[in-house]
Design a protein around this ligand. Structure first.
Ligand code: SF4
Length: 371
């Protein structure tokens, strides 16, 4: 009997609205029965993001009304159970536990080279595990565990921000998971993160990265989402890309390039293509030529990043191999190319290294194996 009461209480708690997981408009819809208006919903959400707790008082709002709203809402818990700071480059990895199954990680990237303009970029997770299974990614080797809710995604930014001395200069969806296979929750969280009553991070500094889920690239475009788009490409050869990034099987390079063109035509923005450099695999002149042919007439940007494979099977190019590849790209591609630093290797926080540490004990599921 006691257990049944506890269970029914748990169900009821879960039915309450998580203030960090809804937009202010959605919060208003949930609490309007109390007589609250949209402005009050905004003030409450803003207060929760400022302090981390439900406000005990607000000017010109009765404590009775606040109590009524508190009774039908909640702030879901997020606990940081491990924090590792790199003594080499200051990258910081956070391991989180929420109320749901499994653990997930975020990384704080310091941009502190300009005195007076120091800030952090926060790299967040959208899923626990991932069904895509990219060859160079520790998350992919876990299989898919579950989607994170919008509240769990937003709470990562809030927790890292609360732990930081400098402001948040941007948020990147490049942690665990394929954001476009958890599209609704990712878009809602980005909306809350960028909202003035949410985390107030400028929408233009939010980046969503995908392995190439074409239908959602088109949906993202059609919906006019104001965030930057990065597509993990890493090869312009379909057979090779299928091994590196298995989304290729479902949405081949030709369709992917079409969707990039569609995005550019509709938004005027360039998509950034991410290229994980693997020595002897995708850093040759042929790779540069293939890339330039595939995106001929489609303005893109290219970000180069060294592979991080803890098993040592895949290694980054030597300086000479990398410089030669850069020469070939300059010669054939004629698009902006940047080299992106992947820090935090010593604390397993670099790109491709996140694996939700203790989630090894959680069994993968078949769900979400869209890729
Ligand atoms: S790189 Fe991204 S899409 Fe690929 S397996 Fe890792 S988390 Fe999934």
């Amino acid at each position: 009997m006691h257990r049944e009461r506890l269970l029914s209480r748990k169900v009821n708690v879960e039915q309450l609205t998580d203030i960090r997981g809804v937009t202010a408009k959605e919060l208003f819809e949930k609490i309007s029965q109390t007589g609250a208006d949209l402005r009050l919903a905004r003030r409450i959400q803003s207060a929760v993001f400022r302090s981390g707790v439900f406000p005990s008082e607000l000017p010109e709002v009765s404590s009775r009304l606040l109590l009524k709203i508190k009774e039908i809402t909640r702030i879901a818990s997020l606990e940081c159970i491990e924090k590792a700071v790199s003594p080499i480059d200051g990258f910081t990895r956070y391991l989180f536990r929420s109320e749901g199954e499994g653990l997930f990680e975020s990384v704080r990237i310091p941009l502190v080279h300009r005195p007076g303009d120091e800030k952090y970029i926060i790299c967040i997770s959208s899923q626990i595990g991932c069904s895509v299974g990219c060859a160079f990614c520790a998350t992919g080797s876990m299989g898919f565990i579950r989607d994170l809710s919008a509240g769990e995604i937003v709470a990562q930014v809030e927790a890292v921000k609360r732990d930081s001395e400098y402001p948040v200069g941007g948020v990147v969806f490049m942690g665990m998971g394929e954001p476009f296979l958890n599209y609704e929750n990712v878009m809602k969280s980005a909306q809350i993160i960028s909202s003035p009553t949410g985390m107030a991070v400028a929408a233009k500094t939010i980046t969503v990265s995908t392995s190439g889920v074409v239908p959602q690239i088109r949906q993202f475009t059609d919906e006019g989402r104001p965030y930057k788009l990065v597509i993990s490409l890493s090869s312009a050869d379909s057979a090779q890309r299928e091994i590196l990034i298995p989304t290729e099987k479902k949405w081949p390079l030709s369709e992917l390039a079409e969707s990039v063109k569609y995005y550019h035509d509709k938004t005027g923005e360039r998509v950034t293509l991410a290229w994980t450099m693997i020595s002897g695999v995708n850093c040759s002149e042929n790779d540069a030529v293939g890339l330039s042919e595939l995106f001929s007439g489609i303005p893109v940007k290219l970000d180069l990043i060294d592979v991080n494979d803890p098993s040592g099977k895949m290694v980054p190019p030597s300086d000479e191999e990398r410089n030669l590849f850069l020469d070939y790209l300059r010669l054939h591609l004629k698009m902006p190319v940047a080299r992106r630093y992947s820090g935090g290797k010593d604390i397993e926080a670099a790109c491709g290294m996140l694996a939700g540490r203790a989630s090894q004990n959680t069994k993968p599921t078949e769900k979400n194996s869209n890729a």
